[in-house]
Every structure is written in structure tokens, then in C-alpha cells.
Design a protein around this ligand. Sequence first.
Ligand SMILES: C[S@@+](CC[C@H](N)C(=O)[O-])C[C@H]1O[C@@H](n2cnc3c(N)ncnc32)[C@H](O)[C@@H]1O
Length: 177
Amino acid sequence: MLVGAIPERVRWTVANMAVRPGDRLLEIGCGRGAAVSLVCDRLRSGQITAIDRSLTMVKFAEQRNAEHVAAGRAVFQTTALDAADLPARKFDKVFAVNVNLFWVRSSASDLEIVRRLLKPSGAMFLTYEPPTPGRAEAIAGRIAGFLTEQRFEVTTTYGTTHRSALVSLVAKPVPGR
Ligand SMILES: C[S@@+](CC[C@H](N)C(=O)[O-])C[C@H]1O[C@@H](n2cnc3c(N)ncnc32)[C@H](O)[C@@H]1O
């Protein structure tokens, strides 16, 4: 199967997450599964659950990661985040790369789902590669404002790719809610 190159934004995101061998991760909007492959190379006892609402994408991602699925390191579900059946307080890291979550619509209910899924020590990692580099700061500002309002502590980092800019937001739930 032709698996395709791993985009710079995906490499950047996985490097920024500092995946540990025993981590439990959730990827929202896994697309063709490039990040799952990179994450699984870093896992030993850990596991990644990857969801996408597109069955076509999940099929591509499962094929690409067949070896990791067989070994129990990767699990896929075809579902949108707000319909996913996932265990609470299970995940060390929840991440999404170029998924419109909290960008085009600031959904408090989606964020509440993420808060419920994360372990208390966990964090959410969001990466965006905007169509034009000039939009990076506006996107980051909008999302960071929303996350802060919803009681997440946010760290924003910027990067570049050969074609655009990158924004990474790391969001940790503020305890007491
Ligand atoms: C632009 S693609 C990005 C794919 C991959 N993360 C990447 O960076 O190449 C966005 C993906 O997120 C999925 N998606 C969008 N909203 C979603 C949601 N609420 N829950 C699950 N998947 C979602 C889409 O089906 C699509 O495959």
C-alpha cells in the first residue's frame, strides 16, 4: 500500500508531545494515520486510540498501522468526538492535528468531553497549520482565549513548515472543576 509521506506538522506535534513508552493517547481526527505510526514507534506498554468521523480515513489509517493494531498498540474507532464511547480519566495525552476543533467553532461541550477523558495530570495538544502563515497568531489567540475561559492553562508555541506556519497549543486542565 502507498502510505504517503509524514507531513511536517505531524512530526512536529509528535516530537512536542514527548511520548513515553507507557503513555495512553487519544488522537481526534487521525486522517490517514501518520501520527499513529510515529507514536507507536515510541510506545512499549502504552496504547493509542485514534478516532475519525470518516470511515474512509479510518480504513486508510488501519491499513497503514496494521502491525500496530495486531500488536495491540493502536485501536481505531470511526466516530466523531461527541459520539465516541471512551473511558473517563484514561488518557495522558489527547491530541489533534489540523482538526477544526475549537477553531471554527468554540464548542464548550467538546472541551468538556476532553476534560473528562484526560487523567488529572494529562494534557491536550492541538496543532494547526493555517493555509497562510499570517493567520497563525489570530488562530492561536482565538483558541487560547476560549481554552483559558474554559479553565485550561495554555502554552502556545509557533513553528514553520516549508509552506506555512505552525501553531501548537498545549492545554492542561485547571483542577477544581
Ligand atoms: C484536515 S484532516 C487532518 C488529518 C490529520 N490529522 C492530518 O493532520 O493530516 C481533519 C480530519 O479530522 C476529522 N474530524 C473532523 N472533526 C472531527 C470530529 N469532531 N471528530 C472526529 N474526527 C473529526 C475529519 O474527518 C478529517 O479526517
